[in-house]
Design a binder for this molecule. Structure first.
Ligand code: ARG
Length: 283
């Protein structure tokens, strides 16, 4: 039996290794998702201050946090999750959908190479860990708005793991990491890794797959999803979430996790939250 019953056992934290990018050049100067309004002003200093609180939170949890230099003219580079996808030291590079973000792909691949990762240059459009989530041994892969489903086959060839394709249908939840949160990054042997998700973000076929694979998943409210509450990062016990996602916070607590709220309101103006700012480095 999968051990996922409410507060059934003590959750264990595992030390994560992540890559982040300080939002020194953050602004909203184009519109590639419904959250972005280039006509409204942004506050880069506030973005950096809020991002720094997330960075300090990770350090206080004992994470190994690496930083990539931000590039002037790439305001979305702060969303490091889109920079690639890494398992077993193999970094599958990103190939962005929109021209505005395309130079980020090579910038991240250069960092991966310089830091000892085996880089695979992508053939198909994909936005990295924004649309690919490792859950146990399986890779959940999103498509619909950004990442092409052809890249799901590429992923399978590279990593030899099962890839489950999921179709996103709501433009506000355009990346998989805005609609699913992985709660157990390193499940203990014999246990099933759990997730949280927003059912209405998926088509019927995908929803069927999620219900079958994760019968005990946390289902979040539309209100919590609307503050990008699902865009969170868990070490297996501590779950860093948007501080405004109150019901998600309650559900996590009930299940024995330790939710930690942070406020990234300024980065939400670009359509990103906690997870978007975080790329896992799995050596
Ligand atoms: N403005 C960015 C874009 O639309 C936000 C990316 C958010 N990243 C994420 N992993 N969901 O591409």
């Amino acid at each position: 039996m999968a051990d996922t019953s409410i507060a059934a056992h003590r959750r264990t934290a595992s030390r994560r290794s992540v890559l982040m990018c300080r939002p020194e050049y953050f602004t909203v100067s184009y519109r590639i998702n419904p959250w972005m309004h280039p006509e409204r002003p942004t506050d880069t200093i506030l973005a950096v201050t809020q991002w720094d609180a997330l960075y300090q939170t990770y350090l206080s949890l004992g994470f190994d946090v690496h930083l990539i230099d931000p590039v002037d003219g790439l305001p979305d580079m702060v969303y490091a999750a889109n920079g690639g996808f890494i398992i077993d030291n193999i970094a599958y590079g990103a190939r962005f959908t929109y021209a505005e973000r395309q130079p980020e792909g090579p910038a991240y691949m250069e960092w991966f190479r310089d830091n000892g990762f085996d880089v695979r240059v992508p053939e198909n459009v994909n936005e990295g860990e924004g649309d690919f989530l490792l859950v146990g041994d399986v890779i959940l892969a999103g498509t619909g708005f950004r990442t092409e489903s052809k890249s799901h086959e590429e992923l399978h060839e590279i990593y030899g793991r099962d890839v489950v394709s999921l179709s996103l249908i709501n433009p506000s939840f355009y990346h998989l990491d805005t609609a699913i949160a992985v709660l157990d990054p390193d499940p203990a042997p014999g246990t099933v890794a759990n997730i949280a998700y927003l059912p209405s973000a998926f088509d019927e076929l995908s929803l069927g797959k999620l219900r079958e694979m994760f019968p005990d998943a946390v289902l979040v409210t539309e209100d919590d999803a609307a503050v990008l509450g699902l865009n969170s990062f868990s070490d297996g016990y501590n779950v860093v979430i948007a501080s405004r996602a109150k019901d998600f916070e309650r559900q996590l607590r009930e299940r024995g996790y330790n939710p930690i709220g942070v406020d990234l309101s300024e980065l939400l103006l670009g359509g990103g939250g906690v997870k978007c700012c975080t790329l896992e480095l799995r050596r």
